[in-house]
Design a protein around this ligand. Structure first.
Ligand code: CU1
Length: 544
């Protein structure tokens, strides 16, 4: 898995990004992708039979299969492709069935892969190579996974996949299991630039759900089903990094604590309170129980560094300042912002956990991780980022009154804590305002930012906005009739269904168009306002 950060800066600053070759998925959206997007009923039946056939011979294995919580009678089944008993990276299928009859199939499958699946390099040695490359030590819980990596030329390589977090990145490494060389890597730093009776970062009063142990109170939520814990890393970036790499276990003494249950540390109380809000949104809106729908822990690391150490550590530990990161498995870290007078992109940052949309953005990376697991590269990565922005916005509208200004819901990301030339780092209403594309014809096609994951997210972000509010796309001049703000839950549910149920890991924008339109039909019927709005919005941004 990869580090999902709020912002691109950390990714660009990484010096470790030496990509020796890119599998075909790196070129998705630019070259043909072996993606499955049935265009007709005949095509759907053909793909369905192919999936059945591969399942019978063990080339596809069920990862998850469960009853559909949104549409009664349906089942959602996810399968992964295997070769010789080893999972293939970026190859999976998501199928929707209605009483045994297949309704939709989206996926990525590789034909004719031949690979020797007995590693000649032991896992420990592969992990050693990664420790050397990343310059960190990994705990035993960071074991490598044997994985087949498809290449652009149709061949495949047996690899050990190992994940390592440095101070400014979280990377997935693929070590050739026959030669020991690192042959592919990418940044999975999923970030966002973002931040009892408590006081938030913005001085707002709030209730904090804490637990009393002995004479002090700790940031452990006893009211909601999952373990929600918020840790005070007390400004120690080295210890924070060791926690993230599984070298150091968090102890009860690391819990954010307060002697009188009157929480004056806004960064701590906001991370805690907004995690609970996000849990509540997913439960109330989609009947989802947390990140993995089984009440996975939600652990937040706050104060990973001290603001006053900015000049000392901002190059080594950049994500601990103006950013927020999802590390996988329900673990998040929130940056401390900038000292006065310092800016990035013309904006001075407050504590990242002080923005509800940032916290919801990070937790949504977890929801994606446990469902479609959209690969954090190129178009699938931009969809991953976009879904986090979309849900961040949705959570804001769920809890805050609409409007401009602090603690108001709008279509900007991180506007409450990234202030300066245009508050906030991204705009769903007008992506180009923050320098991001609002039409497919002007998408970014370079390799920076993992293929533009925080850049091209502007395109699906704009689809979400247009499908709700309506409007005219700046580039195409095409008009969209939205479902209206009163019906925003429809479009939120359409995106939720597409990303968590219908899409595979290696999805393209074109597949996302088909899957969201399918979701609108599943939920609201063919010819519904939601289906029309989704169709018009994707067409307006040039995705067909
Ligand atoms: Cu993100």
């Amino acid at each position: 898995m990869a580090l999902k950060s709020l912002l691109t800066a950390a990714v660009c600053a990484s010096a470790a990004a030496v990509v020796l070759y890119l599998p075909s998925l790196h070129a998705q959206g630019r070259r043909p992708n072996p993606g499955i997007i049935p265009k007709s009923l005949v095509d759907l039946r053909a793909q369905d039979s192919r999936v059945d056939r591969m399942m019978r011979v063990g080339e596809l294995r069920v990862r998850t299969a469960h009853a559909d919580k949104l549409v009664p009678g349906r089942r959602i089944e996810r399968t992964d492709q295997f070769v010789g008993g080893v999972r293939v990276f970026g190859a999976d299928v998501a199928r929707q069935l209605d009483r045994g009859q297949t309704v939709s199939v989206f996926g990525t499958l590789y034909d004719g892969l031949v690979v020797d699946t007995t590693p000649s390099v032991p896992e420990l040695e592969a992990r050693g190579r990664v420790e050397e490359a990343a310059g960190v030590r990994l705990g035993p819980s960071r074991a490598g996974e044997l994985m087949v990596l498809p290449r652009e030329d149709g061949t495949a390589v047996l690899t050990w996949r190992v994940r390592a977090a440095t101070g400014d990145d979280l990377r997935e490494y693929f070590v050739d299991a026959h030669t020991g060389a690192i042959i592919f890597e990418y940044s999975d730093l999923q970030t966002q630039s973002a931040v009892g009776a408590g006081t938030g970062v913005l001085g707002d009063p709030k209730k904090v759900s804490a637990m009393r142990t002995g004479g002090t109170f700790g940031l452990q939520d006893a009211l909601r089903p999952p373990s929600i814990r918020t840790y005070d890393m007390k400004g120690d970036p080295f210890r924070t990094r060791d926690v993230v790499n599984g070298r150091v276990q968090l102890a009860p003494s690391d819990l954010g604590s307060d002697s009188d249950n009157r929480w004056e540390d806004g960064a701590l109380s906001d991370a805690h309170v907004y995690s609970g809000f996000t849990y509540d949104y997913y439960f109330k809106r989609f009947n989802r129980r947390g990140i993995n729908d089984a009440n996975l822990r939600m652990e937040s690391l706050v104060h990973p560094v001290r603001r006053s150490d900015f000049s000392r550590y901002s190059s080594t530990f950049s994500t601990f300042f103006a950013n927020a990161v999802y590390y996988g498995g329900g673990l998040m870290a929130y940056g401390v912002g900038h000292p006065p007078g310092v800016t990035s992109g013309g904006r001075n940052w407050n504590y990242a956990s002080g923005a509800l949309d940032i916290v919801a953005h990070e937790i949504t990376h977890g929801v994606t991780e446990y469902t479609s697991d959209l690969i954090y590269l190129n178009e699938s990565g931009a969809l991953n980022e976009s879904f986090s922005d979309i849900m961040g916005t949705a959570v804001e509208f769920f809890f805050q009154p609409a409007g401009d200004g602090l603690l108001r819901a709008d279509y900007l990301c991180a506007e409450d804590i990234a202030r300066g030339v245009g508050n906030g780092i991204r705009s769903l209403a007008n992506p180009i305002d923050r320098g991001h594309p609002d039409h497919y014809s002007i998408r970014y096609t370079g390799t920076a930012d993992s293929g533009g994951v925080h850049i091209n997210s502007g395109i699906p972000n704009h689809v979400f906005y247009l499908a709700i509010e309506g409007g005219t796309n700046r580039v195409s001049g095409l008009r969209v009739e939205g479902v209206g703000a009163a019906n925003r839950a429809q479009i939120e549910t359409v995106f939720y269904r597409a990303v968590t149920q219908l899409l595979p890991a290696n999805a393209t924008f074109s597949m996302a168009r088909a899957a969201t339109i399918q979701a609108a039909r599943d939920l609201y019927g063919p010819g519904s306002a939601a289906e029309r709005s989704m169709t018009e919005a994707w067409t307006a941004v040039g995705v067909n």
